[in-house]
Design a protein around this ligand. Structure first.
Ligand SMILES: NC(=O)C1=CN([C@@H]2O[C@H](COP(=O)(O)OP(=O)(O)OC[C@H]3O[C@@H](n4cnc5c(N)ncnc54)[C@H](OP(=O)(O)O)[C@@H]3O)[C@@H](O)[C@H]2O)C=CC1
Ligand SMILES: O=C(O)C1=N[C@H](C(=O)O)C[C@H](O)C1
Length: 238
């Protein structure tokens, strides 16, 4: 498969290695310095573009990929205020877009576990819930996209919580997310339920970026040749 990379930072470079090891060809690499390459024949020849850039640049990159007729797989976080626009473009204009706040298989199992635990906790009101996420110091957004997905999983399934907040809960129905930035941590997410008697927590700790990158390449293999707005629930069935 012919892959174009949009964003050649920590994720772009890890994805390149994994894509090559799975027999794919990288036909174009677009970083901040060569946006004109979106119009190149090499970019347009790609079966799919894998986009990992920044919260501020992702949406514009999607539009450039759509104009070039190249399906997009993206994991960039912090731009989801424009998610509905992207969904509408896919629907009305027949474009292809695959999004996941976290491509790791382990995290997607963890998402399912989080929802199951939240449902159980409806019967146990003595437990309050909070979340902690830890990432490297270069990360631009807080809370992480993964923490937001986890928080949405709790809010959809636990009747006593109705929104997430960063750091402090303002009312009992808030789910607070504590975001820590330290060293070169690839990503840790923990959901903690605490009562007077004890603490129950579930935690995902990424050992490197390899799991995120492998998931993105598997999603790209799945996306090539498909139409519409796609996500991890189309790829894995939990
Ligand atoms: N969904 C998932 O599974 C995962 C998501 N992420 C998310 O992916 C994103 C990228 O992460 P990461 O690779 O670690 O970040 P990096 O900062 O290492 O890489 C981002 C790259 O994008 C480049 N860039 C900036 N602006 C543009 C532009 N307009 N067009 C093309 N490239 C551009 C940057 O260039 P320069 O440095 O020159 O500015 C940099 O090389 C983040 O939002 C992160 O949260 C990360 C890991 C997993
Ligand atoms: O910026 C990162 O590094 C990561 N970002 C994603 C997020 O915001 O959830 C996924 C992963 O945690 C690594």
């Amino acid at each position: 498969m012919k892959i174009a990379l949009v964003g050649y930072g920590k994720m772009g470079k890890t994805i390149e290695q994994i894509a090559l090891s799975r027999g794919h060809e990288i036909v174009s690499i677009i970083d901040i310095n060569n946006p004109e390459d979106f119009q190149s024949d090499a970019f347009k020849s790609a079966d799919v573009a894998i986009e990992f850039t920044t919260p501020a640049t992702a949406f514009n990159n999607y539009m450039k990929c759509f104009e070039a007729g190249v399906p997009v797989v993206s994991g960039t976080t912090g731009w989801l205020d424009r998610l509905d626009e992207v969904k509408q473009i896919c629907e009305k204009e027949g474009k292809t877009f695959f999004y996941a706040s976290n491509f790791s298989v382990g995290v997607n199992i963890f998402f399912a576990l989080n929802k199951y635990l939240a449902k159980i906790m409806n019967n146990f009101p003595s437990y309050d819930v909070r979340m902690t996420e830890v990432h490297h110091i270069h990360k631009l957004d807080a809370p992480s996209g993964t923490a937001i997905t986890l928080a949405e999983g709790v809010i959809e399934n636990l009747d006593r919580k109705d929104r997430w907040t960063l750091e402090t809960a303002e009312k009992p129905t808030d789910l607070p997310i504590h975001a820590i930035r330290e060293g070169e941590v690839p990503g840790i997410h923990e959901i903690i339920y605490e009562s007077e008697a004890d603490t129950i927590s579930i935690k995902h700790d990424a050992k490197s970026r390899a799991g995120f990158a492998l998931g993105a390449v598997i999603a790209a293999e799945f996306t090539a040749g498909k139409k519409g707005f796609l996500g991890m629930n189309d790829l894995f069935h939990f």
